[in-house]
Design a protein around this ligand. Structure first.
Ligand code: NAD
Ligand code: UFG
Length: 336
């Protein structure tokens, strides 16, 4: 099977590429390198012994996209490419709608033109909005109470995929709703590059660990949770990558939706403690005001992915912290 990974040099795309190459899939990557580096290809090669073909193309380049599909003869696209900084999306909404929604429309048009009927899409738990329900299931309402344009783009793309599937009976789309990806490859070669800060907890912990930020601000300690701090469903990026592998084997006509999460929630202070335990060092933090729009606790009910895809997470928060510290150590030559 020939698979194109859009956003393939990014954080989740590169880890998925590694797992697919290890299984012998024929994988090609495309990316505009806006938020990733070409050297990721060297790292993928070091880990797998295979250097996948790479195409530097922007999703918004219609001519380039058509050319890619004309020559590619792909069976399946895994669509990771997109902008993901929530805060920036509030300030630059048009950029996010153009890149994420417009880019996906271009991709779908090229796929249609060249007869590619299968797509797996990187969606997010953000589509559930502010429902405040823990143990989110796939059939719950989406699209209500989304607090930022980034999240809206994920919801809109999900709706576009449903409409395309309605119009084209042979179209097969799998929507994967990621919870909070963390961790790195055990080799220490691949991980989330903290150069670009999307204001998420783990990249900030990494920046504090390497001394680029003096302390972590914990956004609120008066929530109704184990220790008052916000709780989320943190999933190791390699488990997440394996979720894509499982999804490939179970594609079917129409749209299928799966949560990819652990089903467990961890608090901010528990994350800090886990990082300190694995690194053997204190992580400076202060308690700050609640962040507007944050919910106390969000986690997945991942039963559907287990029942239908035979997939479940295997790695722990401790694994994620160990792998992150190893990655920081190798990448930045700084013992975290
Ligand atoms: P990432 O930024 O590391 O990877 C995305 C890649 O897409 C980058 O390499 C970027 O250069 C590329 N890209 C962006 N716009 C492009 C364009 N117009 N043309 C070509 N390439 C383009 O992000 P990631 O964490 O690997 O996320 C992958 C996908 O998963 C994204 O769609 C993201 O929204 C989604 N997602 C991520 C998280 C998370 O917390 N990391 C959570 C839920 C969903
Ligand atoms: N947090 C802090 N300090 C920080 C950053 C985060 O205390 O500097 C706390 C937050 O308040 C929250 C938890 O850490 O309780 C996780 O925050 P993130 O920003 O890492 O993640 P969110 O769950 O808030 O949101 C992210 C994306 C969403 C996406 C969701 C699930 O920003 O778009 O993950 O994929 F929907």
């Amino acid at each position: 099977m020939r698979i194109l990974l859009t956003g393939g040099t990014g954080y989740i795309g590169s880890h998925t590429a590694v797992e697919l190459l290890k299984l012998g899939y024929d994988v090609e990557l495309m990316d505009n390198l806006f938020n990733s580096k070409i050297t990721v290809l060297d790292d993928i090669e070091k880990i797998t012994g295979v250097r996948p073909a790479f195409h530097k193309i922007d999703l918004l380049d219609k001519v380039g996209m058509d050319e890619l599909f004309k020559n590619g003869r792909y069976d399946l696209v895994i669509h990771f490419a997109g902008l993901k900084a929530v805060g920036e999306s509030v300030k630059k909404p048009l950029k996010y709608y153009e890149n994420n929604v417009g880019g996906t429309i271009n991709l779908l048009e090229s796929m249609k033109k060249y007869g590619v009927k299968k797509i797996i899409f990187s969606s997010s738990a953000t589509v559930y909005g502010e429902q405040g329900v823990a143990g989110l299931t796939e059939e719950m309402q989406t699209g209500v109470g989304i607090t930022n344009p980034y999240g809206e783009t994920k919801h809109i793309i999900e709706e576009i995929l449903k409409d395309v599937a309605e119009a084209e009976p042979e179209f097969e789309a799998t929507i994967l709703r990621y919870f909070n990806p963390v961790g790195a490859h055990e080799s220490g070669l691949l991980g989330e590059d903290p150069n670009d800060i999307p204001n998420n907890l783990m990249p900030i912990i990494m920046k504090v660990a390497i001394g680029e930020i003096s302390e972590l601000s914990v956004y609120g300690n008066d929530y109704d949770t184990v220790d008052g701090t916000g709780m989320r469903d943190y999933i190791h990026v390699v488990d997440l990558a394996m979720g894509h592998v499982a999804a490939i084997d179970h594609m079917k006509p129409g749209v299928s939706v799966y949560n990819l999460g652990t089903g467990r929630a961890t608090s901010v202070l528990e994350m800090v403690a886990a990082f300190e335990k694995e690194s053997g060092k204190k992580l400076p933090y202060k308690i700050a005001e609640r962040r507007p729009g944050d919910l106390a606790i969000i986690y997945a009910n991942p039963a559907k992915a287990l029942n239908e895809l035979g997939w479940e997470t295997k790695l722990t928060i401790e694994d994620a912290m160990r792998d992150t510290i190893n990655y920081l150590d190798k990448k930045f030559k700084t013992r975290a």
